[in-house]
Design a protein around this ligand. Structure first.
Ligand SMILES: CC(=O)N[C@H]1[C@@H](OP(=O)(O)OP(=O)(O)OC[C@H]2O[C@@H](n3ccc(=O)[nH]c3=O)[C@H](O)[C@@H]2O)O[C@H](CO)[C@@H](O)[C@@H]1O
Ligand SMILES: C=C(OP(=O)(O)O)C(=O)O
Length: 435
């Protein structure tokens, strides 16, 4: 098993480039099932575990899908979509797997997919996905851990009101409606930038999606979609994570490629903490040479403060002298990292959907466990300022969402390494033999 060892005390300085957005590229790859002709090339693809998994899913459906790791590119041709059953061993690895259901129903009127499990942050139901797809004319059966969808006739456009502004449900419905007969209106749609990216991608393939980025999206169905070349938007959560890393170490970092328009709530809250942020053409400049001030934060659907920056913000709040609170309104169980942070000496108390913090207390390094991909990154951030060494385990979570987190932080001056247990044993042997 591998672990990250990080030793506190270094102020981060320099520049770091963000990659393409995980939460944009996954629906783009799922939507690549839709075109019945032509090649698709997507650039700025982050080579993350989830991206490799969904690429394997497309291959298992008979689609030609090739990742070019050297060029951060994926090439897809879905003309020979020969299967509508996705394999359990691949689909269970990530939450976004259910996004292939909408495109399969639109293309082949059938899809049989393992039920997506919950994960550390909550039960993560799919009722809104099913509500929308059924409204379009799909029928579902659940059994043996699978969900099977069929379209007895054809998908027909309709008006759909989402009870929850679900990012994934908005995406699944948008993709299915792209090839439906007539017009679909999604009300109370999720407004995230990743949904705008998906709409732009579908339109680049010949679709007709309007209003993405607002809470009402209109999709005029077309008969077929064709290939295209596309470039993914930058990852706003990866960018926010490096902004937090610069701030927590009181350093100065240029986060290259960050789109400040996608980071308004994060920038606003960091400025409230006294962090200097300059929004540039091709990135965001962060400098934190003054003591951090405590702030209160509440996560909300976009354009509110993103839940995917919740644990990283908590790490920052713990460095601000005084009392802070963080309220999580999007997921019902996204505080698993609090116990891990307390192992480092953090003064925190969970009260329902909120965490109360007494910040400014010195933290000590400890062995801690990543409980979800953002929590893992947040624990690394705390390790950057804790006394001594922090060991972060369960790195598969981090590998789902961050390209080379250790390498990027090292390039900014962090004292951080990623080691396997074997390397640790060899080290110990080496130390004993020369003690
Ligand atoms: C791959 C990807 O893009 N993941 C993002 C996506 O996840 P995902 O699309 O799964 O998140 P949703 O927006 O669907 O979930 C938001 C809330 O709605 C609830 N819900 C969702 C669907 C449903 O049918 N019924 C229902 O009740 C969920 O339990 C959760 O409490 O948006 C989340 C919220 O911004 C982010 O944290 C994830 O990083
Ligand atoms: C929760 C996240 O992703 P996923 O929906 O893939 O679990 C995330 O990116 O923070």
């Amino acid at each position: 098993m591998e672990k990250i060892i990080v030793r506190g005390g270094k102020r981060l300085k320099g520049r770091v480039r963000v990659h393409g957005a995980k939460n944009a590229v996954l629906p783009l790859i799922a939507a690549s099932i839709l075109p019945s002709r032509g090649d698709i090339t997507i650039q700025d693809v982050p080579m993350l575990e989830d991206v490799k998994t969904i690429t394997q899913v497309l291959s298992s459906l008979g689609i030609s899908a090739e990742l070019d790791e050297g060029k951060d590119t994926i090439r897809i041709n879905a003309e020979h979509l020969s299967s509508t059953q996705a394999p359990y061993d691949l689909m269970r690895k990530m939450r976004a797997s259910f996004l292939v259901m909408g495109p399969l129903l639109a293309r082949k009127k059938h899809g049989r997919i393992p039920l997506p499990g919950g994960c550390a942050i909550g039960s993560r139901p799919i009722d809104q996905h099913l509500k929308g797809l059924e409204a379009l004319g799909a029928e579902f059966e659940i059994g043996q851990g699978y969900i099977e969808g069929r379209v007895p006739d054809r998908l027909r456009g309709t008006k759909i009101y989402l009870d929850v502004a679900s990012v994934g449900a908005t995406q699944n419905i948008m993709m299915a409606a792209a090839l439906a007969e007539g017009t679909t209106i999604i009300e109370n749609a999720a407004c995230e930038p990743e949904n705008v990216d998906l709409a732009n991608f579908i339109n680049a393939m010949g679709g007709r999606v309007r209003g993405a980025g607002t809470d009402t999206i209109r999709i005029h169905g077309v008969d077929f979609l064709h290939g295209t070349e596309y470039c993914v938007i930058p990852d706003r959560i990866e960018a926010g994570t490096y902004m937090a890393a610069a701030a927590i170490t009181r350093g100065e970092v240029f986060v290259e490629g960050a789109l400040s328009d996608h980071l308004n709530p994060v920038i606003a809250k960091m400025r409230e903490m006294g962090i200097e942020i300059l929004e540039g053409e091709n990135g965001v400049h962060v400098r934190a040479d003054k003591p951090l001030k405590p702030v209160n934060v509440k996560t909300l659907p976009y354009p509110g403060f993103p839940t995917d920056m919740q644990s990283q913000m908590m790490a920052l709040q713990l460095m601000a002298e005084g009392s802070s609170t963080l309220t999580e309104t999007v997921f019902e169980n996204r505080f698993m990292h609090v116990e891990e942070m307390k192992r480092m000496g953090a003064k925190m108390k969970i009260d329902g959907r909120s965490v109360m913090m007494e910040g400014g207390k010195p933290l000590s390094g400890a062995t801690v466990r990543s409980t979800d991909l953002r929590a893992g990154a947040a624990l690394v951030l705390l390790g950057l300022v804790a006394e001594g060494a922090t060991e972060v385990t369960d790195l598969h979570h981090i590998d789902r969402g961050y390209v080379d987190l250790v390498g990027k932080l090292r390039s900014l001056g962090a004292n951080i390494e990623r080691v396997s247990d074997e390397e640790m044993k060899d080290d110990l042997k080496f130390q004993h033999s020369y003690a």
